[in-house]
Design a protein around this ligand. Structure first.
Ligand SMILES: Cc1ncc(COP(=O)(O)O)c(C=O)c1O
Length: 490
């Protein structure tokens, strides 16, 4: 391949290198997601300064044909057709789910998860689709200290199975902790350790839900939970969640009419909205659950990620009838890779859950449980949480500053990882996503969280995964893109 040459009248050198690389890309020298030569390598190859190559790569990124990964390098973007396919699949999956659904029920078995996973897989420099915390804000280095400590303390650790129910020391510690923090009376026998909250939801759905069983679910809701219940053939009955919580009359009338097996809820800093159900409703919900014999599955994955004030006590704290299953994952803010989650509920349900877990994997890896235990009981956890809350609040405010000037609407969350925002009038979330992906920006479109497949003008923007600089720039770009859309419509 001939390197670009420059004469007196030529455009600047970086422009020539940009065109040269563009040509090589068009000739198919690299495939989607292939890594391009490093800046250093290309500068040597073309005998130019590294900054010149850097400017050329920056221009390539601006065309959308190339994307950059932090500290890793420059990569070839997927073809427009590939992106188009993903977004089109998304549009058809959500529109079919909305046409299948009536106001009160949906028995559709179709899954949103492929589109959810597809969007998360699309490489984007401005990554706002993943409700994950930037790994550099997590205690990775400290955790490695505990790996060593755990092997010193339990030299035969890897030579044995964990018990199915979970490490007893860990269950003792967590039940004690739940008592001290939330006044919950619980024994270690009433707790199961699962590999993440997702496994807990899956086990419960397998045990409790069969074809056409009615299941109450928030609208909007955590998308994966919806898929899990759908995979069991459940009829999903949406319960609206707003910044004020639920409409308890709606909940009661659904319980009365459909006799649902369970109500899956994420009432504290909810995903995707960030809303928190007030404590007065929590007490009444437990009473309704008892009256209508409906189990409440309380997913509390974001309890510790609050900004100003601690959230209200979990519903589980008010449960004297054994009608609440409490799922407390520690994935998000300790270590997603450890997959540690505690599930608490009363007998006989806990015994059935343990049996179900034994069929799946015979216990969550003991090494992970011990690392988590020793980190969790160290003073480092509270220090980490204190810093993390500040960092995430700053992230949230940066994203909000960018949205504020542009006519987007949202309720400022008091915790969690996401902004649930309504686009300015006339803009469809899928159209915006398609254009945004071309600019290496990704977010989650509203319909993916809706059992009825609507919320077409809503987006979930996760502010926790990118660093502050990238967040500010990316949300700013997204807002400007939406403004251009608005201008074209107007
Ligand atoms: C509400 C909610 N529950 C559960 C999970 C998954 O948790 P885990 O990683 O422990 O499976 C998530 C992840 O985003 C979530 O948002």
């Amino acid at each position: 391949m001939e390197p670009p040459s420059r004469t007196e009248h030529n455009p600047p050198l970086y422009q020539l290198i940009f065109e040269h690389m563009l040509k090589r890309l068009e000739q198919g020298e690299w495939q989607a997601h292939d890594k391009l030569p490093s800046i250093r390598h290309l500068a040597l190859e073309l005998e130019v300064h590294r900054l010149t190559v850097f400017r050329a790569y920056k221009m390539l990124c601006e065309t959308g044909k190339v994307y950059v990964k932090d500290k890793s390098g420059y990569y070839v973007s997927p073809l427009k057709d590939e992106l188009q396919l993903t977004v089109t699949n998304l549009s058809s999956s959500t529109s079919s789910s909305s046409s299948n659904s009536s106001n009160s029920s949906s028995s559709s078995n179709s899954s949103n998860s492929s589109s959810f996973a597809d969007i998360q897989r699309i490489p984007a420099h401005f990554q706002f689709s993943q409700a994950l915390i930037d790994p550099s804000l997590l205690p990775n280095l400290y955790l490695s200290d505990y790996v060593k400590k755990v092997f010193d303390l339990y030299p035969k650790l890897m030579g044995t199975y964990a018990t199915v129910q979970g490490d007893e020391e860990l269950r003792e510690m967590l039940s004690q902790h739940f008592h001290e923090q939330m006044g919950i009376q619980l024994t270690a026998e009433e707790m199961l350790i699962t590999s993440g909250a997702q496994q807990a939801i899956h086990l419960l759905a397998e045990m409790l839900v069969g074809p056409m069983d009615a299941v109450l679910i928030e609208r909007p809701t955590y998308s994966i939970a919806m898929d899990v219940f759908r995979s069991r053939g459940a009829r999903l009955l949406p319960v609206d969640i707003t910044e004020e919580g639920y409409d308890l009359e709606q909940v009661e009338s659904l319980m009365h009419k459909y006799k649902p097996r369970l109500f899956y809820m994420n009432p504290t800093h909810q995903n995707p909205t960030g809303y928190t159900v007030p404590s007065w409703q929590r007490k009444q919900l437990v009473e309704l659950a008892e009256r209508y014999n409906c189990l409440l599955i309380e997913d509390d994955a974001f309890r510790d990620i609050y900004f100003a004030e601690e959230p209200p006590l979990p519903l589980f704290a008010y449960d004297t009838f054994g009608k609440v299953v409490y799922i407390r994952s520690f994935s998000k803010y300790v270590a997603p890779g450890l997959r540690i989650c505690a599930v608490a509920c009363r007998k006989p349900l806990i015994d059935s859950l343990v049996s179900a877990k034994s069929l799946v994997d015979n216990g969550t890896p003991l090494l992970n449980q011990k690392i988590f235990l020793h980190y969790y009981t160290s003073p480092r956890l509270q220090q980490h949480l204190g810093k993390l809350r500040i960092a995430l609040q700053i992230h949230k405010e940066i994203a909000e500053e960018q949205l504020a000037a542009a006519g987007w609407q949202w309720t400022s969350p008091q915790g969690g990882l996401n902004l649930w925002a309504k686009l300015p009038d006339g803009i469809k979330t899928q159209d915006l996503l398609q254009a945004a992906i071309g600019q290496s920006i990704s977010f989650m479109p509203g319909p993916l969280f809706d059992p009825l497949g609507k919320f077409e003008s809503w987006v979930r923007l996760s502010y926790s995964f990118t660093n502050e600089t990238v967040l500010r720039e990316g949300v700013g770009r997204l807002v400007r893109l939406a403004e251009r859309f608005g201008d074209e419509k107007g």
